[in-house]
Design a protein around this ligand. Sequence first.
Ligand SMILES: [Zn+2]
Ligand SMILES: [Zn+2]
Length: 256
Amino acid sequence: MAKLKWLKADLHVHTVLSPCAELEMGPKGLVKAALERGLGLLGITDHNAWANVPAVVELAQQYDIGVLPGMEVQTREEVHVLCFFPDTKRLVTAGQQIYAHLPDVCNRADIFGDQIIVDAKENIIAFEDRMLLNSVDLSLEQVRDITWENHGIIIPAHVDRPAFSLIANLGFVPPDLKPTALEISTQVDKETAMERFPQLKGYTLVTSSDAHRLDDFETTRSTYFYVAAPTLAEIVLACKGLNNRKVVIASEGTVF
Ligand SMILES: [Zn+2]
Ligand SMILES: [Zn+2]
């Protein structure tokens, strides 16, 4: 039987590809922060883009840190949803389909910041020209379907926030959406979130930093998965509470 252990995770992390992220958010900075914070799993989720995932995967695996290949898609409803895939190949296949629905608007780097694609050594490979901070012309369900077709899962992001969130924009969780989990921001604990948003009842909750700068990793709470490995398949089992896998949100310093 697989040996299970607790894995501290941060499933919502931006890189220098996101125009709103700081330049320090390259693979080296992220891996260093993960080591300092004891994180065994990072979800790399740039806005509507994925090009820095391979670089982070390459560096992170040298330090035994798992990476969930992902992206944070902004749907037609202006809802932010995290999409995760079992591997980079499937992420790219889905990502290309989603990116094709992003408005063809040029990034104004002087206003929004550069959108930088790097390798594992943080050499600049290219700049992404298309403005990533826009809604794709796809509904939440369409983004979900593209993700599912590529063996991925969705986790609507920061549902407690007053903007770009499922609850703020739709007011409820569509009953047939079937998200694997819902993400609450680090601003609220689970109990407060459940009290404020009864719509969350019955769903698995995770919390993540939504880090745009290294300081953002310093959260008071984190998500811990009890799993056999830092893989998407294991995370899904944990979110569903199957095969003894589980997931909890706990304060920093909690000893399991
Ligand atoms: Zn967001
Ligand atoms: Zn984000």
